[in-house]
Design a protein around this ligand. Structure first.
Ligand SMILES: [Zn+2]
Ligand SMILES: [Zn+2]
Length: 285
């Protein structure tokens, strides 16, 4: 069967924390353990804003990072990739690093009409010298039965526009539509489809539609991660919620770049099935 028996996700770092002994910082890293029929797949989705934070929090949370089978980069922004080299050094064994090729391109954020560097803060050649096996893919990849990395996400939803990012193409500064943005899809036995996003720059609803297409599973049980709705209009937030309801989403677990305004609305609509995640939270399905 194309599903896993159990899923356990630990928030190694995000912008806020729920325990004083942990460190929170703007960024994201999830450790995800997937069990099926005696097999365990351990994925590290993103490596946060610094390796030290990820490694120290993992130690305090009893997460055996050395057991990571693959590292998945949701996109090329620094708050998701800065810890990569340090984490690989700590893991100390060959491990695939799965990313979209555009994650390695120069990336900038436009803040108050100024450009701020926002991409991976090291040279790709340094990654070549590490134990990471860089695996660049544009299409979806299945890691094990019931587990997929989304690949490039089709943009179809009219209200999900990417704004505020630039990249360099053929020597020119151009708009960055973030084609590198990808998510993780897991089908959990007895629950259904679980969608884990990094920042959902591609749009949360576009990501869900991709998940349904790639996995062939229409019932969406949960969406977890950064939904990139901080600064979004009320119209976009409402349209997102309406589409989540149309997709039959039962559980929403926002964090990171989702924004207070959106989380407040999610809570009103989903009630106790909306849980904001913070550094140190563990989710099991
Ligand atoms: Zn981002
Ligand atoms: Zn982010």
């Amino acid at each position: 069967m194309n599903q896993v028996d159990r899923m356990r996700l630990t928030v190694l770092v995000e912008d806020l924390k729920n325990r004083p002994e942990l460190t929170a910082k703007h960024g994201l890293s999830f450790f995800i353990e997937l069990k099926s029929a005696g097999n365990t797949t351990n994925l590290l989705m993103d490596t946060g804003p610094s390796a030290d934070i990820v490694l120290q929090n993992a130690l305090k949370l009893n997460i055996a990072l050395k057991k990571v089978d693959s590292i998945v980069l949701s996109h090329g922004h620094y708050d998701h990739t800065s810890g990569l080299l340090g984490v690989l050094k700590y893991i100390g064994k060959k491990v695939p690093v799965i990313a979209h090729p555009d994650a390695l391109e120069p990336k900038f954020a436009v803040r108050k009409k100024r450009l701020k560097k926002a991409g991976i803060p090291f040279q790709v050649s340094e990654l070549g010298k590490s134990s990471g096996i860089l695996t660049l893919k544009r299409g979806p990849t299945s890691k094990a039965p019931g587990i997929w990395v989304s690949g490039e996400i089709k943009r179809a939803s009219p209200f999900e526009k990417v704004k505020g990012f630039k990249t360099v193409r053929r020597g020119k500064l151009v708009k960055d539509y973030m084609p590198d943005d990808q998510a993780l899809f897991v089908v959990v036995k007895g629950k259904g489809l679980v969608v884990v996003t990094g920042c959902a720059h591609a749009g949360l609803i576009n990501t869900i539609k991709q998940a349904q297409k790639v996995t062939g599973s229409s019932g969406v049980y949960a969406v977890i991660g950064g939904f990139h709705l901080a600064g979004a209009s009320a119209g976009r937030i409402n349209a997102t919620i309406e589409e989540l309801q149309n997709a039959g989403v039962k559980v929403v677990m926002p964090c990171h770049c989702t924004g207070k305004k959106a989380i407040t609305k999610f809570s009103k609509v989903f009630g106790k099935n909306c849980n904001q995640l913070r550094t140190g939270n563990v989710v099991t399905f």
